[in-house]
Write a protein that binds this ligand. Structure first.
Ligand code: PSV
Ligand code: MN
Ligand code: MN
Length: 393
């Protein structure tokens, strides 16, 4: 069992990226509700991400989506972020909102469209090189809607070729994270529908490719923590997109409806660190939020998400692994379960408050933000920008 001092030290290493797209006026395809003070530009999104980091101490990078984020001079952007205490996180190319991508991007039947998609990936790689970003986070809308529309194996080979070419162009120490999603926007067949499809590509490509797990991208009831354990064991877990889902790809606040799932995921990460066979596999894992806030206050939503991750991690650190191994070896079904659930049920809020106090962070980040000068200033200075017509616009 971990004592308080050791727990606090472990909490220091946690870092979660915030996504630029959560700070602007994004919503659903039905309606986007504009909010006073919502960020209008990438510069303002960086300012907001810096506020989240100031309040929580564990959100030191902002992930970008290209070209939702207009990046004319990536070096300048990185310096702007650095001056505000944060760095540039994963670069997310957008290969799904161009008329040319009607039949896909890297898996498109027409070589000219595949080349266009690869050229966009190269542009994103240039942004990585200029900003020091380590991860190129790849999600594809590629798929088909009807049987016979295209050839599964041919599409898979085109996807493999495109991904391999992309990985080969990465800067040293950078990697592609291959994100899967079981449906949408294609409904009959999705080129990267599950961890198996992503893992097969990542293994074939080698050390520069890993798998990204987005919590919203699985069928109802899927055991995501076991997928995490398996990918760690394969040395192929690259990162997370945290959110909460009930029906589809809901992108709601992580831990709001799925606190146990989030805890069990962190429990697998902690367990893999305790295990000498997988210890090194946990080191490179990236943690990111992939959410958008429509009816809730955006910066508050992000602070809440980050704090939910911190709480889940702290609880996972409390699991008594020696006792758990003994109960498992004894076949003590409910004894083992109780050890895990005891950690989940522990109220870690006092120790997290103490952790913040010791690090000169606000003891209650949400209250501090609500009552702070930053929120007042952005509401006053930014006004209410007109809401975009769709997600991410
Ligand atoms: C797709 O549903 C996804 O999860 C991908 O990560 C995109 O880049 C992101 O959402 C956009 O919010
Ligand atoms: Mn995602
Ligand atoms: Mn998603």
């Amino acid at each position: 069992m971990m004592d308080d001092a050791a727990l606090m030290e472990r909490l220091d290493v946690q870092a979660i990226e915030t996504p630029s797209w959560a700070f602007g006026n994004t919503g659903t395809r039905f309606k986007t509700f504009a909010q006073p003070g919502a960020a209008r530009t990438i510069w303002e999104k960086i300012e907001d991400a810096a506020e989240v980091h100031r309040m929580t101490g564990i959100a030191p990078r902002i992930a970008l989506h290209i070209p939702w984020d207009r990046v004319d001079d990536p070096g300048e952007l990185a310096r702007f972020a650095q001056a505000r205490g944060i760095g540039i996180g994963a670069i997310n190319p957008n290969l799904f909102q161009d008329d040319d991508y009607r039949l896909g991007s890297l898996a498109h039947p027409d070589a000219r469209i595949r080349e266009k998609a690869s050229a966009h990936l190269e542009d994103c790689i240039a942004i990585m090189a200029a900003t020091g970003a380590r991860d190129l986070s790849l999600w594809f809308a590629d798929g088909t809607n009807y049987p016979g529309q295209d050839d599964f194996r041919a599409r898979r080979r085109r996807m493999r070729e495109g991904l391999s070419g992309c990985a080969a162009r990465l800067p040293a120490d950078a990697r592609i994270l291959i994100e899967y999603k079981f449906f949408e926007p294609a409904f009959y067949y999705t080129d990267l529908a599950d961890w198996g499809a992503a893992l097969a590509h990542a293994r074939a490509i080698g050390p520069k490719a890993q798998v990204l797990v987005d919590l919203g991208h699985h069928a109802q009831g899927a055991n995501i923590e076991s997928i995490v354990a398996m990918l760690l064991d394969e040395g192929k877990l690259g990162g997370f997109h945290f959110n909460a889902r009930r029906y589809a790809d809901d992108d709601l606040i992580v831990g709001s409806t799925n606190p146990l799932e989030l805890f069990l995921i962190y429990a697998e990460l902690v367990a893999a660190e305790v295990d000498p066979q997988t210890r090194t596999c946990t080191r490179g894992v990236s943690y990111m939020i992939d959410q958008s806030f429509n009816i809730e206050a955006k910066i508050e939503g992000m602070i809440t998400s980050i704090l939910n991750c911190q709480e889940a991690f702290a609880k996972a650190l409390l699991i008594d692994h020696a006792a758990l191994a003994a109960a498992q070896a004894d076949g003590d079904v409910l004894g083992a379960n109780r050890i895990v659930m005891d950690a989940f049920r522990t109220d870690v809020r006092p120790i997290l408050a103490a952790w913040r106090r010791q690090r000169n962070l606000p003891e209650d980040p949400l209250d501090a933000h609500r009552g702070g000068d930053y929120l007042r200033a952005i509401r006053r200075d930014r006004g209410t920008a007109s809401a975009a017509s769709g997600y991410g616009d």
